[in-house]
Design a binder for this molecule. Sequence first.
Ligand code: ZN
Length: 126
Amino acid sequence: MASYNDFYWSKLEKGELWLQFCPACKEYIFYPRSICPHCLMGDWEWQQLEGKGKIYSYTTICVSSLPEFANDVPYVYAIVELNEGIRIPANILNCPLEQLRVELPLELMIVNKGGKKLPAFQPAKD
Ligand SMILES: [Zn+2]
């Protein structure tokens, strides 16, 4: 496994979300990869994200094709816009369906899925 993947997963294990950031074009990079998908430069750096954002778009999954999530249905899969500007896909947890709306303020939580830590989000408490 490439070292940039190792770094991403090891930070999630500690409850932190770090993404690659490209100084050349000032864009965050998700998912981890060897070169910036925006400008193709390879000299990116790691930055820790605050872990706060809002729902950009979402859908409710009633039948999952992913075995790891089969017992979780119905669950909410969203595109989360982080305060830093990048949008990443993640599950929304601890949120009653009637509370769901675009722009809902969110905070990061880390969930354990099949022995692996994954980023997810829940409604912000403050
Ligand atoms: Zn770039």
